[in-house]
Each structure stands twice: as structure tokens, then as C-alpha cells.
Unconditional design. Sequence first.
Lengths: 216, 218
Amino acid sequence: MKADTVGAITPAVLVQLRPGEKILAQHEIMLHMDGPVKVARKTLKQLGVSRAHLMGMSARGDSEEEYYLAEFEGPGNVTFSRDKAGEVRILDLAPGQVVRLRSGHLICFDETVQYYPTVLAQWVVQRGNDREIEYLFADQLTGPGTIVFQSYGNILSFTLSPGEAIRTTPEGLLMTTPTNTVQVGWRQNAAALGVPTAQPVLDVVGPGAILVHSGV
Amino acid sequence: MEITVQGEFVPAALVQLAAGEEIFSEAGLMVYCDPSVRFGVRAFTQGGAGQVLRHTMIGGLPFFLHVYEGPGYVALSRFSPGEVRVLDLAPGQTVDVAEHSLLLASNSVQYTTSYVPGTGRIGRMIGFWMDRLTGPGRVAYHGHGNILGFDLKPGEAMQIDHGALLRKDPTVGLRAFNQALGGGLTGHAMSFEALHVEGPGRLELQTVDPSSRAAHGT
């Protein structure tokens, strides 16, 4: 596919498909299409995600994962928008190259890319007398092929050396390579009404690449 | 009447009105104005009481439009990220603008509505109204996100999301349909609503669906 960013603040992505070329995306983010583009349905099971894995993801709460994706087949043009202010990145993955992208930010990807929803981090929060587990869901994408995704706000890129660490928040982490380890820590906040509070933070330890975004 | 677009991320249209010159807009769009500007209202009366109730209570159009009379300046905004476009309409020239996108129009512009029927399926679109504006006069409208423009040739068609539609010429045909997601009963059951547009004419799309949270800056 040939993908181009259209517009600046709330960008759209214009994808030009050659005859027979297929991409996958959520159908809700389609803005327009022209030409004889064929639209079909691809379940996650067809993409190699087992039912047990999907049920496990679903049991962990609202993972924002769809049980199916829309498949757009060329020739023709399709435009997508995530209705958010931010930056669009178009990334060509080499064969076997893996990235983990925060859930809800993927726009589209070549059918050659392997898609697998996963959990990037989890932590326990105390709400009154209840202890709840919160999850950071991610889309694991394996090349070869092109992926297109969008941040909320601006993207900051870092390449971590072995053992080098960066601290971010669960909201700030946009993408990481699987060579990085993601550890959950806690940042103590000032006591409110005499009760100390803590906030989860993510310590990402290299080697690998990491993208952080400035919006939520 | 001079219109200047102020700001970039969340733009406003600043209108400089001569003495006696009037513009109208929906309520709640004014950012600031000159104290010398006189303010009034204009009722929506198209098609009699039944039609007015249908358009306003079902269609969501305002009962009253606000009228500003010069001399002085008034700035209007949709208070959301996007682009503002200004258009000079020749006498008799008509454009259709999506609901809640019109910022202002000079009082010489005729304001009516145009209904686009939905697919009518249970749980699907029941249809929507567009603002129909006929010149002579000047109009300004707000596109949520970025504006993408197309000049469609006769018979040239495309399929668009409902929330993407911003502005079209009346010559551009518009029809709601269900886009099946693959074949079979499941594909039809999972279909989603879209609009089939067909030229000739000018078509403008917006990259943010106004019904989404982003359009309201949240």
C-alpha cells in the first residue's frame, strides 16, 4: 500500500491500493473510499488469534479489541481518521520485526503483517475495599509489511541502550519493541487529605526503541 | 462585510460589519463582539408549524437564529479544532453544509434545509438534515479537523462516512446505504452505514466526525 498523511492537526491517512492489494483496519475509522474497493470481514480467528486468547483478553475488561476487522481490497483509495489530534506514523516492518503498539492507535496494516492483541503491563489498584487489576493492552505487529498508526499529541522517540531505562506513565507509552522490558512501579504523590496516594508508572528498560506520546 | 479567520488550532471568524449590515448564526457561537453591534433573533419558519417541529425537535435544528447588525465587529467560533472556510455565493448559487458546521451567513443568504433519507433499517440511520444556503451573500463554515476537497466529474462516485460530510453542491447526489462486511448473512448483519456520493459538483469532507469527543476538544 502507499500511505500518505493528509492534514496537520487532526490528520487523516490516504491509502492507495493497487489491484488485489489488501489492508486491514477497523471499519469505524473509514472516512471515504473511491474506486472499486472491495470490503470484507476478517475475524481475529482468521488472523491466527485463538478463541481462548480472545476470551482471556475479554475477561480482563475492555481491551478495545474488535472480534473482526474490515479488509479493504484494491484497486482504489481509502481514507481513515481516528478523529483525534496527533501525529500519524507510517512504519515499514522488515520480515520478523516486531513492535507492540498501544491499543486503540492502529489505523491500518498490510495483510502480510501478523496481528496479535496482547497485554503490555498490568497492575493492582485499591479502590475502597476492592482490589482491581488494570491492564495496558497492545497490538503486537510482526512484519513484513507496512503499518500506520496515530498518536494522541506529539510523538517522542527514544532508542534505549542495554540496561538504559526510561520512566513513563501508562497513558504515555505508545509503542515499544519486545526487546525492551516493561516494569510497573509506583510514584508516591503528595498526601491528599492526609491520605498518601500512589500512581502507577512504567519503567521501560532497553535495549530497544520506544515511542512516547504527549496526549491522552 | 469583511471576514478574517483568526487563530489556527481552534479558529474563529471575525466579521467586520458596516452600518446596517446583518449576519445570522446559530446561538452560542459568539466569542466576542463590539458593543455597538445590535443583537436580534430570527425564527426558523420553513414549511409551517409541522415542518418546523420536525426539523427542530427531531432534526436538531435551532428554533431561533441569532442576528447581528453592524456597525462593529463580531467573532464567532465552533469552539473545536478545525478549519474555517469563507464562501461568496453568487445570486441563486446554492450549497449544502452539514448540520452544526455553519458559522455565519450574511442576511441576504436564504437559509433552508435539505433532508437526506437514511437506510431505514432498525437501529440504522434515520436520515439527517443539511443546511441549504442560497446566494447572493457570504457564508463561513467550520470543518472539524482538516478539510479535504474534491471536484467530482459527472458520474464520479465515492463512498464516505456520515460524519465526514461537510459541504456539497446540490448537484452532488447523496444516498445512504449499508456497506456489507463480506458476504452472507453475517456480512449483512455486520454492515455499517455509509453514504454514496456522485458528481458532478464540489464535495468537501472533514477528517473529524463532529459527534466524536475529539471534535469537542476532549
